[in-house]
Design a protein around this ligand. Structure first.
Ligand SMILES: Cc1cc2nc3c(=O)[nH]c(=O)nc-3n(C[C@H](O)[C@H](O)[C@H](O)COP(=O)(O)OP(=O)(O)OC[C@H]3O[C@@H](n4cnc5c(N)ncnc54)[C@H](O)[C@@H]3O)c2cc1C
Length: 499
């Protein structure tokens, strides 16, 4: 690698001499959901990993996601965590976008045909437990200040809680350090975009007259509101008054929440007690490159967008699932460094799509002239009545429809999400728990000799297609029939020397 990305050391009289940390491993910056999933995947693949987290131990992450979509649950299933997470939450089987459009999640072709409402800290708790069990080392109170890289590795300047600064060295580093990412800034990368909504108000409230068990989203003119049940009698309200925007630090009162909700939804659903009230602003931004040499960006460090659609944490977790196996293969030497470029090629367009769709939902909900409202009604009608459009909308919001680019002439399944096929050995997403490529064929290994680069399984659903499934549950290669030619070449191309 020849590109050098360098930032100047900040001078600090308390600097300590450099510490070799994982010369052949990875430093992950940030113990949010993205960093935790990634670190766990790397450690499970045998890569030495340290997570550097600015927060002191025991101080929870303040980000407030509460919805886990079907695709994320599938990825957690591939790590043996989904059922435990599902037990912590409440299943929402429909989404209502605008007054006239309801999406039925039970139509999803997934083991998880719902949106799981559970607090972000439950997701983080399970991911951290898994990461620790896999051998990830955590350093809390460790703030990354600067990034230097050369052909041999990456060095991070890290300030400890006592103010001393030390250098940590690794083969690669990942900035999963949230929307104000110090890693992104240190790389000198821009974060273009804009503030879309100032003064979003959040509250956890009780409702005397709750809406039917759906996620409710609506807006009229200047007011927008979103309601989601936690399933234990509390509701999350997220609302916005375009005409009454205030600075983030302004106090929020329940009357303000009631008033905006009433204007947006036609009723405040008998809003009573609040246990938590907060105000924040929302940006739409995406970094132009997810990779700069030996440093990669994931999660909110790479993209932020409107909270409509509840996709921030989900997209970050999916970034991590895409990156983890690639980075592990490169660090272990079973794939070339060029494999990391596919992280940018696959995940940057997904981030851009999420920016567009979450921004689109909020703009349509806030339609404030006759033309925009007519467009919203026409779209609602079309999506509600045309099954292909509805499937597309469902696929985009839940992540089930996300597919990666395939080479020209490839089998149509290439790049798509592999469904959870029934196997003689169990289910596909159970087979993926090995963290390796899975070769799914109708009759098992054709020549009787299983290639060690993949887990070999036999599908029992009657399908005749042979699939090479990547560790992140996407199809790397497919061909019709059991004795499908090309599988060895596909394994060599994708799973390299390791698998
Ligand atoms: C009100 C609200 C509602 C939301 N609802 C949803 C939802 O329903 N669904 C959804 O998917 N998403 C939702 N989101 C978005 C979601 O919370 C974020 O997308 C998610 O937390 C991003 O995870 P992350 O790991 O990328 O970053 P973060 O969670 O921000 O974690 C970054 C970590 O890096 C650490 N860090 C920062 N700088 C440094 C440094 N210099 N050195 C060391 N460590 C550092 C931070 O302390 C933090 O722990 C919501 C967000 C908000 C605010």
């Amino acid at each position: 690698m020849t590109t050098e990305h360098r930032t100047e050391h900040r001078t600090d009289p308390t600097r300590r001499s450099g510490t070799a940390d994982h010369p052949a491993g990875v430093l992950v910056v940030g113990a949010g959901p993205t960093g935790l999933l990634l670190a766990g995947d790397l450690a499970a693949a045998g890569v030495p990993v340290t997570v550097l987290e600015r927060r002191a131990p025991g101080h929870g992450n303040l980000s407030r996601a509460f919805g886990v979509h079907a695709r994320t649950l599938e990825l957690l299933d591939a790590r043996g965590l989904a059922d435990e997470l599902v037990a912590t939450g409440h299943r929402l089987r429909g989404l209502r976008l605008f007054r006239r459009l309801s999406l039925d999640l039970t139509e999803l072709p997934s083991r998880f045909p719902y949106l799981l409402i559970t607090p972000q800290y439950e997701v983080e708790r399970l991911l951290e437990r898994r990461a620790r069990a896999a051998g990830v080392r955590f350093e809390h109170g460790a703030e990354v200040l600067a990034v230097h890289q050369d052909d041999g590795g990456v060095s991070l300047d890290v300030r400890a809680a006592d103010g001393t600064v030390a250098t940590r060295r690794a083969a690669y580093a990942v900035g999963a350090d949230g929307h104000r990412s110090a890693v992104r800034t240190a790389l000198g990368l821009p974060f273009p975009g804009r503030s879309v909504i100032r003064s979003i108000v959040l509250a956890d409230v009780r409702l005397a007259e709750p809406p039917p068990g759906l996620l409710t989203v609506g807006g009229t003119g200047d007011a927008f509101a979103f309601l989601a049940p936690f399933g234990d009698g509390w509701y999350r309200v997220m609302c916005w008054d375009r005409a009454g925007e205030r600075p983030d630090g302004d106090p929020v009162g329940l009357d303000e929440v009631r008033d905006i909700t009433r204007r947006a939804l036609g009723t405040d659903h008998g809003m009573g007690e609040a246990r938590w009230l907060s105000r924040f602003h929302s940006d739409e931004r995406q970094v132009p490159v997810y990779r700069a040499g030996r440093v990669l960006l994931a999660g909110d460090a790479a993209h932020v967008h409107s909270p409509a659609g509840g996709q921030g944490m989900n997209t970050g977790l999916q970034d991590a699932a895409n990156l983890g196996w690639k980075l592990a293969a490169v660090v272990r030497g079973s794939a070339s460094d060029a494999l990391l470029d596919s992280y940018q090629a696959e995940r940057h367009p997904v981030g851009a799509m999420v920016l567009r769709s979450s921004g689109g939902i909020i703009r349509l909900a806030m339609a404030h002239n006759a033309l925009q409202r007519a467009l919203r009604d026409a779209l609602s009608l079309a999506v509600g009545h045309l099954p292909p459009l509805r499937r597309r909308a469902l696929g985009a919001i839940t992540g089930i429809g996300i597919a990666y680019p395939a080479p020209r002439g490839a089998h149509p399944l290439t790049g798509r999400r592999a469904p959870d096929l029934p196997l003689r050995e169990g289910r596909l997403y159970e087979a993926l728990r090995a963290g390796r490529f899975v070769l799914v064929s109708p009759e098992g290994p054709a020549d009787g000799a299983a290639d060690p680069r993949a887990v070999h399984v036999t599908r029992t659903d009657g399908g005749r297609t042979t699939l090479l499934v990547r560790p992140d549950g996407h199809v790397a290669w497919a061909a019709e029939g059991a004795a499908a030619g090309g599988r060895a070449a596909a394994l060599a191309a994708w799973a390299g020397t390791g698998g």
